[in-house]
Design a protein around this ligand. Structure first.
Ligand code: CA
Length: 231
């Protein structure tokens, strides 16, 4: 299947850039490479890529600034490439408008899945399409219109907050949502809440949905960042 979408890779480490380029080219994507932020910004405005992969540690401009500048003129999906220890940077990037992040070292499948998710969400937003009315994966079905959750055909009773949480994650399936984003969405921007209330609710949800809450199958924890639901 030919993808032919253009992916802009802004990454100063040559080996990582080459690795990403090889994966993308063998999956029929077109690739643009930038070794610094200035070139990246210029390629972004001149070539209108479909997705940007952005390393945060660049030699000229800080990656976070590149992200904010792109967001100043474009809603294009941006996936941040980050190191394992950079939890704070990941959260900051997501809250500054990045769509997702991928942690080094990553495999081809993970990279391609992130790109597909970003493109799909972009398609929904771009065309103003509604999300499908039902989330259905591996026996878990969420009917957003009827506000009904079933697992293997059995109705699952969720509290109102639990339902809001699960449906928010399901409507953004495959995408990581930060703790802050979730708290604001569910409890409102001025609510006096912290991550603890989220963790408690998530523990209750997992007890109801997961065969083994310690090794979740549907809702994954992105440590220090937030949650991501099975796509
Ligand atoms: Ca770097």
């Amino acid at each position: 299947m030919a993808n032919r979408q253009t992916i802009l890779v802004i990454e100063d480490e040559k080996t990582i850039g080459n690795y990403i380029e090889t994966i993308l080219l063998s999956n029929e994507y077109k690739v643009l490479r930038a070794m610094n932020g200035t070139t990246g910004l210029s390629l972004c405005t001149s070539h209108h890529p479909e997705v940007v992969l952005l390393d945060l540690g660049l030699p000229d401009i800080d990656g976070m600034e590149v992200l904010q500048r792109i967001r100043g003129f474009s809603g294009i999906p941006i996936i941040v490439i980050s190191a394992r220890s950079q939890e704070k940077e990941k959260v900051e990037a997501l809250d500054s408008g990045a769509d997702d992040y991928i942690t080094k070292p990553f495999g081809a499948e993970e990279l391609l899945a992130r790109i597909r998710t970003a493109l799909r969400h972009q398609l929904h937003v771009g065309k103003g399409q509604m999300q499908p009315p039902v989330y259905s994966r591996d026996g878990l079905v969420i009917d957003f219109e009827r506000r009904l959750v079933t697992l293997g055909g059995n109705a699952i009773h969720l509290t109102q907050i639990e339902y809001k949480l699960v449906s928010l994650l399901a409507q953004n399936a495959g995408k990581v949502l930060t703790y802050d984003f979730i708290l604001k969405d569910i409890w409102g921007p001025y609510a006096d809440t912290d991550n603890q209330i989220l963790r408690v609710n998530m523990a209750n949800i997992r007890r109801k949905l997961e065969a083994n809450p310690a090794e979740p199958h549907y809702i994954f924890t992105e440590i220090g960042v937030g949650y991501r639901m099975l796509e």
